[in-house]
Design a protein around this ligand. Sequence first.
Ligand SMILES: *Cc1c(COP(=O)(O)O)cnc(C)c1O
Length: 504
Amino acid sequence: MSTNQSAANHRFGDTIPPLLYEISRSGRRAVRLPESDVPSTRLPAELLRDDHDELRLPEVSEQDVVRHFTRLSHANMAIDTTFYPLGSCTMKYNPKVNEAVASHSGFASHHPLATTDDSQGSLAVMYRLQHMLAEIAGFSQVSLQPAAGAQGELTGILMIRAYHESRGDTRRRKILVPDSAHGTNPATVTMAGYEAVEIPSDAEGNVDLGALREACGDDVAGLMITNPNTAGLFERNIEAVVDAVHGCGGLVYGDGANFNAILGIVRPGDLGIDVMHFNLHKTFSTPHGGGGPGAGPVGANETLADFLPGPIVGMSQPSPDASDDGSDDSRYEFVSPAQSIGRLRSFHGNFGMLLRAYAYILLHGADGLRAISENAVINANYLRHLTRDVFPAKFDRTCMHEFVSVGSRYEGVSTMDIAKRLLDYGYHAPTVYFPLIVKDALMVEPTESENRETLELFAEALALVAREAGNDPDLLHEAPLTTPRRRLDEVAAVRNLVLRYEPV
Ligand SMILES: *Cc1c(COP(=O)(O)O)cnc(C)c1O
């Protein structure tokens, strides 16, 4: 423990005693096994480690290890401990009932190689979820396979490619991507073997229609568009955008990451979007962050449904009195769409995430889903209003579920300084420096799951930070002051990423 640490100046982040890693002491054990009462036998030599004397596993008591990991978990910010307005990520509350459903042993212990006969319950859930998502977004079919939004994007663009190839149309080399797009969009285009062509935004934050029409031609395979876009604005000309792309023979990919703003209000399929991914870990409240599993199901209209990755779940032999919700003795099985691009993911996707999303949709019902989006939009606009004097939104328009301000409006203080100082006030920082079309962006997404008091307290914290920025810029350069780790060297962290602890 360093000498300047005392209980008097203890703050959240000063762990007393400090978080230590070298807690191993020879001979300490968490578990003591009883003497074996069965005959022992030697393992075959080829299965033995040569260096079995040097396993170098930490030796700790059960209490040591519980404390270590519990304290580590408290060193992080989490949606269960604090407001987490990370724009573009939809860090909403994940209801615990989802966890209860996903950990039910009938699901959690079910083996992915079990036979179709033994998997009817799990298949029924997948079938129903496919149909719910298709209905909610206005598509004719959904594949649950992709494991994340970015993988859903790749799926969709590969489907668009397969569609053009199936028609013998091989001239099309370009995919149009608005300059407000998430970085995964141009990356996806490149991975799928296409050339990404950037389309500028207009002064209102929408796609520049003139530039789009000029870029459309018979070498364009499609367009990727996010609506509401990454500035949190509804693309007002979406129908004209879709028409322009369809007019030159291209197809339209919808990046569905911002679906939380329009549930039950607008269906992307009805707007003419041909294929779209859902981020179950954003819109449908499955946990995310920390590189954990996500799920990025893909929905397609009639033009593209046959190209979806397979297998998907179909219902065969519906009993004579079958109802479509499978509440009878219908039989489910895996089927492959006619012109499927093949598998994108082993087994059946991240099934635990599918269960959570299914539970969440059932919990809310149709009206509840619409209320989610209405409240997400109201919360964002209320917060935009509360913070308009200190960090005004870049685009002076009603926003959807999030809004973007400029974090660098105070002399000598950067967006990063503002974000880091918010940690000292106990909040996770908003997204910074994205979207790229707003210089020094500070992107705030409160989600529907926050109450009015939380929004007002956060606005107050932003106002306090703004005042500090004016009076004491050095304080902000130093921030965060109260977290277990201070400001990290992010460049070094990326270049020299150490993910595994090695004992000394
Ligand atoms: C989050 C996000 C993605 C990527 O989703 P992942 O699940 O993180 O791969 C794509 N586009 C937008 C606009 C996003 O916000």
